[in-house]
Design a protein around this ligand. Structure first.
Ligand code: FES
Length: 183
């Protein structure tokens, strides 16, 4: 993941290419190089805007690292959608983030299998090691801490996931050494 941009350095022009890449924008991807669309200031029809919204949000988040308010306003304007529609989608899906994210995401499982094997203590150890609560990001932008209902690896309980790596059969004392593996 890229570092979150400062709000005053946001490159909103990148949205033009992101929107032009969507099939729902009415242009094929092969036409992008010469004439990305829609032109600055133009908007898509409501139905095309709705169809393009989720892929545009996904690409915008990949580009900016999260979805700043300014970006959402610009997406709403360029897709011809009410800002409330854009916010409705962003807040409905857990994949979208309105605040900057750390370079690594720590997911502490609080599902039943992990809970009965000490998942709460694992989460407490992660909170202590990182100095943040679930949903928060460390000041150095290294980690974002989250809780999940099940990682799908109950045989590893209690388990955590850091990015795409699973760590299981943990004790609270293991947590710090797990986190130290991530820069
Ligand atoms: S309950 Fe924790 S992995 Fe399933």
């Amino acid at each position: 993941m890229t570092h979150p941009p400062h709000i005053e350095t946001l490159d909103l022009d990148a949205l033009q290419n992101i929107i032009a890449r969507q099939p729902a924008s009415g242009r094929s991807s092969t036409s992008l190089g010469a004439a990305p669309g829609p032109p600055d200031g133009a908007t898509l029809s409501l139905s095309k805007g709705r169809a393009a919204l989720i892929p545009v949000l996904q690409e915008a988040q990949a580009h900016y690292g999260y979805l700043p308010e300014l970006v959402l306003e610009e997406i709403a304007r360029r897709l011809g959608l009410p800002l409330s529609t854009v916010y409705g989608v962003v807040t409905f899906y857990a994949q979208f983030h309105l605040t900057p994210r750390g370079r690594h995401t720590v997911r502490s499982c609080q599902g039943t299998a992990c809970h009965v094997k000490g998942g709460r203590a694992i989460l407490a150890a992660a909170e202590r090691a990182l100095g943040v609560k679930p949903g928060e990001t460390t000041h150095d932008m290294r980690f974002t801490l989250e809780t999940v209902a099940c990682l799908g690896t109950c045989f590893l309980a209690p388990a955590i996931m850091v990015d795409d790596q699973y760590f299981g059969n943990l004790t609270a004392r293991d947590v710090e050494s797990v986190l130290e593996q991530f820069e």
